[in-house]
Design a protein around this ligand. Sequence first.
Ligand SMILES: Cc1cc2nc3c(=O)[nH]c(=O)nc-3n(C[C@H](O)[C@H](O)[C@H](O)COP(=O)(O)OP(=O)(O)OC[C@H]3O[C@@H](n4cnc5c(N)ncnc54)[C@H](O)[C@@H]3O)c2cc1C
Length: 501
Amino acid sequence: MSQVARVPTTRSERRVAVVGAGFGGLAAALRLQAAGIPTTLFEALETPGGRAGVVRTQGFTFDTGPTVITAPSCFEELFAVSGKPLRDLVELRPVEPFYRVQWADGERFDYGGDADALETEIGRLAPDDLDGYRRFLNHSRQVFDAGYPLVAHPFLRITDMLRVAPQLVRLRADRSVYHAVARYVADERLRQVLSFHSLLIGGNPFEASSIYTLIHFLEQSEGVHYVQGGTWRLAHAIADRFVDLGGALALGTPVRRIDVSSDGAHRITTDHDSHRFDAVVSNADVWHTYSALYADDRRAAVVRRRLSRAQWSNSLFLVYFGADRRWPDLAHHTILLADRYRGLLHEIFHGNALPEDFSLYLHAPSVSDSSVAPPGCSAFYALCPVPHLGNASIDWDEQAPRLADRILASLEGILPGLRSHIVVRQVFTPDDFERRLAAPHGAAFSLAPNLLQSAWFRPHNRDPRIPGLYLVGAGTHPGAGLPGVVNSAKATVDTLLGDWS
Ligand SMILES: Cc1cc2nc3c(=O)[nH]c(=O)nc-3n(C[C@H](O)[C@H](O)[C@H](O)COP(=O)(O)OP(=O)(O)OC[C@H]3O[C@@H](n4cnc5c(N)ncnc54)[C@H](O)[C@@H]3O)c2cc1C
């Protein structure tokens, strides 16, 4: 008698695999499990979080990736869906100022959520732009009202795009973030303060769609927060909640390939065994999903061809370092801008070599959290945007120690005597993004968030050709950043549940 595979019919009989435990994969797995769907989460690394990893050494704790929580409400909603309030599991603390922006000549600007203090700072830096700033804030609110509801809305059909097209035209989404800001304020430094945000999600302010000016209003309305202990704790809290609800978490288990059988089942192969699932939600980078996981599926070739012409975000060079002293008057987040803005950004996004100069983001969590360093000590990381490996073939084994030395030397400007107090130092290079996180060209934020790579133009939350394949994370809609990938999980899981209902 021939064996006929039984097609599962009810939700609790059907099983889903999530590949990758970055924030997008974690949030998707938690939502699926909370909806009663038995879910298995496969993660290649030994810990959950993906880019939001942790390095613990000699009493120091370093977040490896995201440090700025801009939309706590999306995490509150995620935990509420799982049946437990976020506040019972992790502590989110407001950070003020949100960022200190400092230029090479020592001028600095504290950018925060206190409207009066912010206007005082603008009045000091660029008094003629106060009125323009108020109009920019109003513009940012309008973009937020029109654009933010779309972040958890999957763009699966061209009609989804056509429906919002008039709004995008009205908001001039074709303009870049910088050009939108420049319509309201004239001072070059204030333009930088109001436009650097798209860098947090891998977008060149001169190219990323002006839709991202909504970040300004988002920050002003929800604040900027820090996860007590580090962002990695939030990732672990989602993973723990997923397991509490009965989800299966397979850490240290890279998925090697996925084959779709004639009955539509997805067979996942790891180093040890293979498992059959009714659907797959891939949180691996989109390129890895289509070129490695579904390598033998001819339907994946269409996407591979498109992605081979895509523009990838920049990469990053990171130095995590601990010092045996503390410094007064330091901000939790400092953006150190070089003399060049547009020219340096052009070299980072399009150049074929390591630029001579650099801008930095300095994370100083010890300012708000004594648990991340031994008593009297400070934990830091310095983040330097650099070209991705597809544009610039830099020998990172050779360059990394030199660049780290130059970065630490330059930081002596705000951390006097730093180098003689460093007790721990580690780097993370574009090669590490490529090797450890399967990121194409070592791109830190997957596909660049340009208009023609956003919404319907971005790889869809549900693959249009391979039934049962869904995407979540930075490479699908709406894009990178923690609010982006957590909202992508909502869009993706709602789509999957809709398909199954
Ligand atoms: C240094 C840095 C700082 C950042 N700072 C901020 C910030 O302050 N605020 C903010 O909002 N955003 C920030 N971002 C962006 C944000 O961190 C990312 O966009 C987001 O974390 C990406 O999440 P993701 O769901 O796409 O998954 P990722 O974090 O990319 O995780 C994907 C996971 O898939 C796993 N995987 C891949 N292939 C396989 C396979 N075959 N089998 C099993 N597992 C696999 C990987 O190991 C990885 O764990 C930062 C990013 C970086 C790199």
